[in-house]
Design a protein around this ligand. Structure first.
Ligand code: 4FV
Length: 259
């Protein structure tokens, strides 16, 4: 088993089917990854199994109590002291492909899913890293945990199937992916770019890298700023900026065309 995820949640059933389909489902079957849910409510000591309470100092909503969280984390860590604990929260560091890559090198992740207004501040002493999947507010951390499990698991060798490697991903080198086409060649008069039908692999990869640079420039220039471009890609970017074409079809704003 290459990677274990322990998910601390008040809603373990949310993890039953989404992570059992398709690629992740097969990865679990192949024993490449293991996803274990831990119900935080099982770590309460009172007969009403209370997991939340009103915030000290007043204010709206409820706060998750620290004791059940602390006991739940301690119980998981008692099986593996080196497990890395993560709290999914809007206050965490932004989740991105580089962070997914870093987390994919760890054998055991413990994911704490918040609910209500969040967790008692003292629960953070049991947390190694706080991660946010985006600047918006969810009703719970469960969906964020699923996003993380999906993005990290597909970087585990063997999860994406032998012929497919994450090297070609969007964001692999912080560039957006190039336009993809498949049959039919002609859809209502819209033809697949000739270069893709040429069989000329160097021309195809040149076209793809130029389209990736163009799309990134148009949609996410912030990514270009941090992309590690090869000299050739820098040359392509220069040409794109000067509006010169390479394959004779002239620089067109592909995205305008789509609309
Ligand atoms: C979230 C995010 C997120 C905040 C209040 C759960 C919710 C509720 N988690 N990235 N964005 N969490 O919105 O990770 O407790």
């Amino acid at each position: 088993m290459r990677m274990k995820f322990d998910v601390l949640t008040l809603f373990p059933n949310m993890f039953s089917s989404p992570l059992r389909e398709s690629i992740l489902g097969k990865a679990v079957e192949k024993g490449l990854i293991q996803i274990q849910t831990v119900n935080i409510r099982n770590f309460t000591l009172d007969k009403h199994q209370v997991v939340d309470d009103a915030p000290y100092g007043g204010g709206q909503g409820m706060v998750m109590k620290v004791e059940p969280i602390a006991r739940a984390i301690e119980s998981v860590k008692s099986q593996n002291r080196s497990a890395w604990t993560i709290y999914l929260t809007p206050q965490g560091k932004p989740f991105d492909q580089d962070l997914a890559k870093r987390l994919s090198t760890r054998p055991h992740l413990v994911l704490l899913c918040g609910r209500y207004e969040g967790v008692d501040e003292r629960a953070r002493e049991f947390i190694d890293e706080e991660i946010s999947i985006g600047d918006y507010v969810l009703t719970g951390g469960e969906l964020a945990a699923m996003v993380l499990i999906d993005a990290v698991s597909r970087l585990i060798p063997g999860v994406l199937g032998s012929d497919r490697s994450a090297e070609e991903d969007s964001f692999f080198n912080s560039l957006l992916e190039y336009p993809q086409y498949t049959r039919p060649v002609d859809f209502r008069g819209r033809r697949v770019p000739e270069v893709l039908l040429s069989g000329n692999h160097s021309a195809i990869s040149l076209w793809r890298r130029r389209e990736a640079i163009k799309r990134t420039l148009l949609r996410r220039p912030d990514l270009l700023a941090k992309a590690s471009l090869t000299d050739e890609e820098k040359g392509l970017l220069e040409e794109v900026l000067q509006g010169k074409s390479i394959d004779g079809c002239g620089l067109r704003n592909a995205d305008e065309e789509q609309k």
